[in-house]
Design a protein around this ligand. Structure first.
Ligand code: A2P
Length: 316
């Protein structure tokens, strides 16, 4: 499998298991099955509400000696209600406790948006903290401090536009090593990919299969179903692969990491087997034409209030 290289030479396996939307009662088995079947990269977050169960799987597999902790890349993310500098390390320590780990390989600022500490999902404007009150650079500096303390090996961000990365660049001595964003053939992120590669930032593609298991309130009535796209299905047939495998392989070949979520044992295995396929120039040309800047995860359902609109989050 391809790997992504970090500045100190550390290598992140390109294909990982996503755990967003994985129900707590399913995720323990999913992570255990993934690790026992070759996955060496697991993507987590505090807000997914399942880190305890992911941690149970880590403990079981690492204690059994079947897989070593140091051979697995574990990412987690800081929720938006812990952006103040004094809240970052306590939030990280809670994640480490839940995951039953001594360190993370990568810790990301989940969104460029801050909430009051007691708020998980804001319903009113007052529940946000403005970026003047808690600048992104303050949260970022606290992440760097966590790295200095050895709690995490690498730090990065998620859902950051190139504008926000550029602003951060002016305010910090050390740039994020990773930006995790929604990325798939309907949202190919070519400009962001270019900006990140110019500045030595790796990208991870989330929702690579179109995240069809989002709750209804997160879905648009007329949204396109990526796995049913005719071009993807045609390419899948040509390679004797599944549409999901084509989407994963496409992301991997573009040099990004990719974190398809599944709690189904067969699909967990199938998704990793995507690394064995190849795509040709024609496939790439056809997939390139599918880009329509379509976001499945708009942020607005969770974060839209006057000062934190969809436009503000992605700077578009
Ligand atoms: P399940 O967990 O039942 O396998 P994303 O990674 O874009 O968020 O997409 C996750 C969704 O895609 C889930 O509904 C997941 O269902 C489904 N999924 C994961 N792997 C596959 C696959 N190989 N084929 C079809 N659907 C898949």
């Amino acid at each position: 499998m391809r790997t992504l290289k970090f500045k100190n030479g550390d290598l992140m396996p390109a294909v990982g298991l996503g755990t967003w939307k994985s129900e707590p009662k399913m995720v323990e088995n999913a992570v255990e099955h993934a690790l026992k079947n070759g996955y060496r990269h697991i993507d987590c977050a505090a807000i997914y509400g399942n880190e305890n169960e992911v941690g149970n799987a880590f403990k079981k597999v690492f204690d059994s000696g079947e897989v070593k902790r140091e051979d697995v890349w574990v990412t987690s993310k800081l929720w938006n209600n812990a952006h103040k500098k004094e809240d970052v390390i306590p939030a990280l320590k809670q994640t480490l406790k839940d995951l039953q780990l001594d360190y993370l390989d990568l810790y990301l600022m989940h969104w460029p948006v801050a909430f009051s500490p007691e708020v998980k999902f804001p319903e009113k404007d007052e529940q946000f903290l403005s970026l003047e009150e808690v600048p992104l650079s303050e949260t970022w500096e606290a992440l760097l401090e966590a790295k200095k303390q050895g709690l995490v090996k690498h730090v990065g961000v998620s859902n950051f536009s190139s504008t926000k990365l550029e602003n951060l660049r002016k305010e910090t001595t050390e740039m994020p090593e990773m930006n995790q964003v929604e990325l798939h053939p309907y949202l190919q992120q070519n400009d962001l990919l270019e900006y990140c590669s110019e500045h030595g930032i790796n990208l991870t593609a989330y929702s690579p299969l179109g995240s069809g298991d989002r709750t209804e309130d997160m879905k648009a009535d007329d949204e396109p179903i990526l796995l049913e796209n005719e071009v993807i299905q045609k390419i899948a047939k040509k390679h004797n692969a599944s549409p999901a495998q084509i989407l994963i392989k496409w992301a991997e070949l573009r040099g990004t990491a990719v974190i398809p979520k599944s709690t189904n044992e067969g699909r967990i295995e199938q998704n990793l087997q995507s690394v064995g396929y190849e795509l040709d120039k024609e496939d790439f040309q056809e997939i390139a034409k599918l880009d329509k800047h379509y976001r499945y995860v708009k942020g607005d359902a969770q974060f839209a209030t006057e000062g934190n609109s969809y436009e503000n989050i992605f700077d578009e």
